[in-house]
Design a protein around this ligand. Structure first.
Ligand code: A3P
Length: 271
């Protein structure tokens, strides 16, 4: 047989579940759902449909349980999963390394101040009547930032990344700009396809800008042949936040952002 013809073995034609070889590990409210929905358009990617939370909540169930949460794949298809809380889970880096030290790690990051407001907006949509953002963000009406408040804590990206870098080299990470994923999704999706070693299948023609939603949407998706946007819980309008509070939070994050730029060797231009 000429070497240019690959011999297909029977097992190549039978779909089988595999542990993921690439993970979207964070960050919450960074644009992780949008990225995964875009990636699903790729014929060589198969992704778990919901967040599996294996490396934080279900680790004791074992890798067999985890593999069975994954969709079946054919030879050559890549299995993916996204659970944004992995990024901030202390045990996750060691556990992921234990599964496969070659795992590719994707982190979608967004200006931590906007991310915090987005996180807060999500919480208040589920629990209306909570204190105002400004009242939670600072301790007892002072100017001291309440770093214990989860929506603010998650934004200290450098702290969490340092932990991951103890287990994985920088070359195994791809940092996606959440801002650019909205402004120019093709640039970011191209970077992701290259990083995953896949053909550039997802491109300009797959996207359109929906002016009612104010976000890029897909001409078709894995499940539907008609144009469609992400659901209502993605792209919510944010409440007005006192500009002084925003300024103080920007001052708070600046050194952490600088450290994050240093670690990632990328400048995300968050002011
Ligand atoms: P907001 O709802 O605050 O605007 P995640 O999926 O990680 O929870 O992130 C949610 C965020 O994804 C949304 O936050 C939104 O800004 C962002 N996003 C990025 N691309 C989007 C898209 N094409 N459609 C809707 N939201 C998108």
């Amino acid at each position: 047989v000429s070497p240019k013809y690959k011999i297909l073995r029977q097992q190549d034609l039978i779909p089988a579940r595999q542990l993921p070889s690439a993970l979207i590990i964070g960050v919450k409210k960074g644009g992780t759902r949008a990225l995964l929905e875009f990636l699903r358009l790729h014929p060589d990617i198969r992704a778990a449909s919901s967040e599996v939370h294996f490396f934080d909540h279900h680790y004791l169930k074992g890798f067999h349980w985890y593999r069975h949460r994954m969709p079946p794949t054919l030879e050559g298809q890549l299995t993916m999963e996204k659970t944004p809380s992995y990024f901030v889970t202390p045990e996750a880096p060691r556990r992921v390394q234990h599964m496969n030290p070659g795992t590719k790690l994707i982190v979608v990051v967004r200006d931590p101040v906007t991310r915090a407001v987005s996180d807060y907006t999500q919480v208040t949509s589920k629990h209306p009547g909570l204190p105002k953002f400004e009242n939670r963000a600072f301790i007892n009406g002072s100017q001291v930032v309440n770093t214990n408040w989860t929506p603010l804590r998650i934004g200290v990206y450098s702290r969490y990344l340092e932990r991951w870098l103890e287990y994985f080299p920088l070359s195994q990470f791809l940092f996606v700009s959440g801002e650019r994923l909205i402004a120019d999704p093709v640039i970011e999706i191209t970077r992701v396809q290259d990083f995953l070693g896949l053909k550039r299948v997802i491109m300009e023609k797959h996207f359109y800008f929906n002016s009612t939603k104010g976000f890029p949407c897909l001409m078709k998706s894995e499940k539907s042949a008609v144009p469609h946007c992400l659901g209502k819980s993605k792209g919510r309008s944010h409440p007005f936040i006192d500009p002084t509070a925003i300024r103080r939070l920007r001052d708070f994050y600046r050194p952490f952002n600088q450290r994050f730029y240093q670690l990632t060797r990328m400048n995300f231009s968050w002011s």
